[in-house]
Ligand binder design. Structure first.
Ligand SMILES: Cc1cc2nc3c(=O)[nH]c(=O)nc-3n(C[C@H](O)[C@H](O)[C@H](O)COP(=O)(O)OP(=O)(O)OC[C@H]3O[C@@H](n4cnc5c(N)ncnc54)[C@H](O)[C@@H]3O)c2cc1C
Length: 452
């Protein structure tokens, strides 16, 4: 009699049965619609990834929805014993295909781990699946501001730390790797069925590595005393005037929480709270209230106008939801007949030589800017012709002194060597989020955009 090695779906089915028996059948689903939904994320924003990792191409065998850290650890122990791949997932808004389960197996939906506690020290301890909107509300209620959050504020804190990078608050506090994460509790894929906690610099191997070194179950994050933020909308006739004010914001006595800038081509598709003139360049700032007068003076001196200054905190959320990748998404949504792609770039050329940046690609090219520590980050949006054309722009952008991150690939691209070293212990069978941590990525994974 010959014995055959069970396939991944067979092993996953056995693991799922054991998980259901151990923790309850409500934890496991093989419902086809859910499998389809969890087979992809927002990688559809890239026409290149849309072709390579479309929804439905890499289906999980089951979705598991743990409700506690202990359940996550127990699920990983069972998956380890059955050699079943596990891909962690928060809200699935990552835009590089990082949450796509390339080898099937289990998708671990972590949204059930949604506890939030504001500590006496002011820091926040949250379950990985807690929504950032809820964390922010809890922090604000006791006079604290979380350091940074993405424009997808409804996403999970575990997903932001596991796969995100920067956002509102980055002007002052940098990226998720710059002290935002104070400690992490992690469930390893080593058969132990336990969790461990790391803090300080030891959190680094778990930040922005797509869960390949362990599943984050709880995090402690940094906050500041809450500030009085206002949402400022300004408009300008030309790019140079707007860019000059954008740059000058770095000299304010209190740095803005966010400063997003767009050319007229991107303005009509923005869902702004106030009417924006589609012929004008738009600058939107989440500013500390005491700096509003100085900002107005800067705007007027540059020939611009302050369109609105809204003191309601909810208005600052609206500004945030039009930042980072969102203007690209809104443009794509407004023009379904066209195909756009974007590159993420960092450097002074966006302020100083915008025409040279635009000349890198043929056709319509638009720059969406975000303020960062010393130079702006941009989404360079252009007509999509082919992958070859899109990637050929990278060296041309670099020749302008810009750092480039290609959002058209799914490989772990931050402290890769560290992740590999730690994963040897925490995931010796390489079952966590397979295909993301590889020895030699076949496509460009440059990440030199100033945000780490
Ligand atoms: C329009 C648009 C705008 C965006 N704007 C921003 C932005 O401003 N800033 C930014 O940084 N990102 C941005 N993103 C990307 C993404 O939305 C954010 O990073 C978001 O915080 C990810 O959270 P999520 O819960 O959706 O994570 P998911 O997409 O579910 O997961 C992201 C990655 O982390 C892994 N992961 C999830 N949970 C865990 C866990 N508990 N432990 C370990 N690994 C885990 C997943 O496997 C995946 O690799 C944007 C995306 C879109 C589509």
């Amino acid at each position: 009699m010959t014995s055959t090695t069970p396939t991944t779906p067979e092993r996953a089915a056995r693991a799922a049965t054991e998980i259901a028996a151990r923790f309850g059948p409500e934890l496991v689903s093989t419902e086809p619609e859910l499998l389809l939904k969890t087979s992809s994320d927002w990688s559809r924003m890239s026409p290149i990834l849309q072709e390579k990792v479309p929804a439905g191409r890499y289906l999980p065998d089951a979705v598991v929805r743990p409700r506690s850290a202990a359940e996550v650890a127990g699920v990983l122990r069972i998956a380890y014993e059955h050699d079943v791949p596990v891909t962690p997932r928060g809200s699935g808004t990552g835009n590089y295909g990082q949450a796509t389960p390339f080898d099937g197996g289990l998708v671990l939906d972590l949204r059930g781990l949604d506890t939030i506690r504001v500590n006496d020290s002011g820091t926040v301890t949250a379950g990985a699946g807690a929504k950032i909107t809820a964390i922010d509300a809890a922090a604000r209620a006791v006079g604290r501001d979380i350091w940074i959050y993405p424009s997808t504020k409804g996403s999970t804190i575990g997903g932001f730390v596991g796969g995100g990078s920067a956002g509102t608050g980055t002007v002052e506090h940098g990226s998720t790797s710059d002290g935002f994460v104070l400690s992490l509790t992690v469930a390893p894929m080593d058969g132990s069925g336990t969790t461990f906690t790391v803090s300080g610099p030891d959190v680094m191997p778990y930040v922005h590595v797509y869960g390949v070194t362990g599943v984050i179950v709880e995090l402690e994050i940094a906050t500041d005393p809450a500030r009085d933020w206002v949402a400022v909308y300004a408009a300008f006739e030309d790019w140079a005037s707007m860019a000059g004010v954008h740059r000058a914001l770095l000299d304010l006595p209190v740095l803005p929480r966010l400063a997003s800038a767009d050319p007229p081509a991107l303005v009509p598709s923005l869902p702004a709270a106030v009417a924006l003139d589609p012929a004008q360049h738009s600058l939107r700032i989440i500013a500390e209230a005491s700096t509003a007068t100085e900002i107005e003076a800067l705007v007027v001196a540059a020939g611009g106008v302050v369109v609105a200054s809204l003191a309601d905190y909810a208005e600052t959320d609206k500004l945030s939801s039009m930042s980072y990748n969102h203007p690209v998404y809104f443009l794509q949504k407004a023009h379904p007949d066209r195909t756009w792609f974007h590159m993420e770039t960092g450097g002074l050329a966006h302020w100083e030589r915008p025409d040279d940046v635009r000349a890198v690609y043929d056709g319509d090219v638009h720059l969406h800017l975000e303020l960062m520590g010393s130079a702006p980050l941009a989404m360079v949006v252009a007509d999509y012709v082919s992958e070859e054309e899109a990637l050929a722009g990278i060296p041309r952008l670099e020749a302008l002194g810009l750092g480039v991150h290609s959002p058209h690939q799914w490989y772990v691209d931050r402290h890769v060597d560290l992740a590999r070293e730690v994963a040897r212990t925490t995931d010796p069978k390489r079952l966590l989020n397979p295909g993301k941590l590889v020895d030699a990525p076949p496509v460009d994974t440059r990440v030199n955009i100033g945000v780490r």
